[in-house]
Design a protein around this ligand. Sequence first.
Ligand code: HEC
Length: 310
Amino acid sequence: MADPRSAQQLTRFISFYAGLAPGIPVSPRPGLDATMIAAMRDEFRMTLEDNFREGSGTVREAFNPGYTYLNEALASHYEIGGVTGSALKKIPLTAEQAHWRGGVLNAALFPVKYANNHSTALVMRGFVIRNSLFCQTFASNAIRPDPDPYPDRPIGEREKWHINTGPTASEGTCWTCHKFFNDTGASMEHFDQLAKLRDTELGINEGYTDQEVPIDASGEFIDTSGGNWVDHIDDVRGIAEHVADNREAMMCLASGFYRYAMGARPDKSSLKTVSKARDTLLTDGDVRKLASTLLTAETMNRRLDEEPAK
Ligand code: HEC
C-alpha cells in the first residue's frame, strides 16, 4: 500500500465506483474546450491520488476533501482567485469554496459528464448517483407518454421533471423509479452544464426561455428502499457528506472493489468477506484498508487458486 501505484489503483477504482471510469468520453461543448476538460479530468484524478497517497484514504475525504487541484484556467472557470500557471496544484479551499468544490461529486467532472450541450441532465445525474454509488438497478422503461402541460409561468429543469415524471405523472407510474432520480439529480442543479455555479437558470418552457427561475437544490434524501434517510440536504454536498455512512453505498463500494480486483461478482462464500469489509468501511471508512483486507482475505486466495488468471 506504500507503493505510489496503489494510490493510482485506488483512484482508478473510485473512478469506476463514481461512474467516471478513467478515459470515459466527455465531448467539448460550447464554453468548454478539450483543454478545460483535460484539466477537469486531472483535477478529479489528482485529488483522489492525494487522498490515497498522503491523506486519510477515507471515503469521507474522497467526497469532501476541503482541497482540490487547479490550474489558473480551471480556477478562473470556478471563479477562484489566486491560482497561477498551467500546471495543476493542490489548492486548499475556504469553507465557502469547500462547500461547492472538491470531491467525487463536486469536482467539475461529474456534473459536466452528466449534462448536455445546453442544459443539465438532471435525471441522468440522479440515476448515475443511485446506480453507481448505491448499486441500485432499475428496469428500463419504454413508456414515455405525452407530459402534462406546463404552467403559464417560467419553470426550471426540476419542475419540468416533476411535471413529466413526478408523483402524479401518469398516475404515479413514473415515480416508482423517478423518486430515486429526480430529487437526487436536482441536488446538483447549482452546477450548470459547464460546472459553473449559478443560483438561477433560464425557463425551459415556451414563451419563458428568457426569464430567470431561482434554483432550489434542497430536499430530503431517500434510502434505497424509498424510505426517508436524510431529512434535509441543501444540495449535493449533503449527499457527499452522507455517502460514507450509508450501508448500501458501502456494500456497493466493497463489492465493487471485489469485482474490480477479481473480475467477478462476489459469490456466496466471498459475500461474507465483502459484508465484513462493508462493516469495517462503515466504522473507519479507510479505502486503503478495504483493499488490503479484501486482497489478503482467505476467500481471495482460494478463488485465485481455483480460477487461474485468464
Ligand atoms: C422501471 C423504472 C422506471 C420507470 C417506471 C420510469 N422510468 Fe423514466 N427512466 C428510468 C431510468 C433508469 C432512466 C435513466 C436512464 C435512461 O435514460 O434510460 C429514465 C429516464 C427517463 C427519461 C430521460 C431523461 C433525460 O435526461 O432525457 C425520461 C423522459 C423518462 N425517464 C420518462 C419517464 C416517464 C414519463 C415515466 C412514466 C410514464 C417513466 N420515465 C417511468 C427508469 C424508469
